[in-house]
Design a binder for this molecule. Structure first.
Ligand code: 2AM
Ligand code: CA
Length: 296
């Protein structure tokens, strides 16, 4: 960290060309994560099973320093250090390591996620800002997903688009489960039902990458309960700019604080939302096979 930080007036009227600089930051943080990944890690515990590694913290410190160097007036909300609020119209959402549990166990599915939001005169009074730029970097595969509002989505510079699968039963979907308090969440029922109605549901452990894989057409859809704004800020814009759709479980407009995320290629969105309606209403639920009966 260099020097004492003082509030700086937000004179950065333009965010033109922010994406190349964001990409450099994400790649630098990704390289730092890989250095840690290749070493033996000391695993710490934030909550019951919420793994926090030194890498999470070092990555966030690096990202914050880079943002402050280039956009000193911007606000930053990061998973590890919380919100630094200087009253800017710009806010960064930083997940310095999405997929911490995978990372801590040596399973190479994790990423760096950076989303940038801007409040404008129109939305200043009505709450959240507009998502304007996003980068998700997977250092294990050297895949950099990016998007700018109104300018499409890219993977390593090549335009990406969501899949064209139009029937739910032909879909490959993804979901996630929180790393602690899993029992507070009914997702196992959704996992079970939707698995029976599709080609399958993957559970890889990084929500930001799951969203990017929807954007790239590798998954046809994704849902998860209780995600935090830093998990979704970047991935949601990347899905939307790749031609997909993101809402709450009932199909209402998605917001970063929604705590409900369902993303899809758009074509299967209504069918997926209908699945949620049915499951929440208990309609057509297949009973989970009883292991005691199976054993006999
Ligand atoms: P993390 O690795 O940054 O913690 C797992 O499917 C996804 O949920 C990951 O993106 C993970 O992010 C996030 N996650 C893990 N624990 C969580 C919790 N307790 N509440 C909300 N999201 C969580
Ligand atoms: Ca994280």
């Amino acid at each position: 960290m260099t020097g004492v930080l003082r509030p700086v007036p937000d004179t950065s009227s333009s965010h033109e060309n922010v994406l190349p600089a964001m990409s450099v930051i994400a790649r630098e943080a990704g390289a730092l994560l890989m250095d840690y990944f290749h070493q033996h890690l000391k695993i710490e515990y934030k909550g019951d099973a919420d793994l926090v590694t030194a890498a999470d913290r070092a990555s966030e410190a690096l990202i914050r320093e880079r943002i402050r160097q280039q956009w000193p007036a911007h606000d930053i909300l990061g998973e590890e250090q919380g919100l630094s609020d200087q009253g800017s119209d710009y806010r960064w959402y930083v997940d310095p390591l999405d997929g911490t549990t995978n990372f801590a166990h040596g399973y190479p599915v994790f990423c760096v996620s950076l989303g940038l939001e801007r409040r404008t005169l129109e939305n200043r009074s009505s709450g959240p800002g507009k998502r304007i730029a996003a980068v998700v970097y997977d250092p294990t595969r050297d895949e950099l997903f990016s998007a700018e509002q109104g300018r499409g989505a890219q993977l390593n510079g090549e335009t990406i688009h969501v899949s064209q699968t139009a029937t739910l039963k032909e879909c490959l979907l993804a979901t996630g489960f929180p790393s602690h308090k899993r029992h507070k969440n009914p997702n196992i029922y959704f996992y079970h039902q939707i698995t029976l109605h599709t080609h399958g549901v993957r559970r890889a452990g990084s929500a930001a990458l799951d969203l990017c894989n929807v954007a790239a057409g590798r998954f046809d859809g994704f849902w998860e309960f209780n995600l935090n704004p830093w998990d979704t800020a970047a991935g949601v814009l990347i899905v939307e700019e790749a031609g997909g759709k993101v809402t709450r479980f009932d199909g209402a407009a998605f917001e970063l604080n929604s705590r409900e995320t369902v993303a899809s290629n758009g074509l299967i969105h209504d069918a997926l939302v209908q699945e949620f309606k049915d499951i929440f209403a208990g309609r057509g639920l297949e009973a989970l096979p009883d292991p005691r009966v199976y054993k006999r």
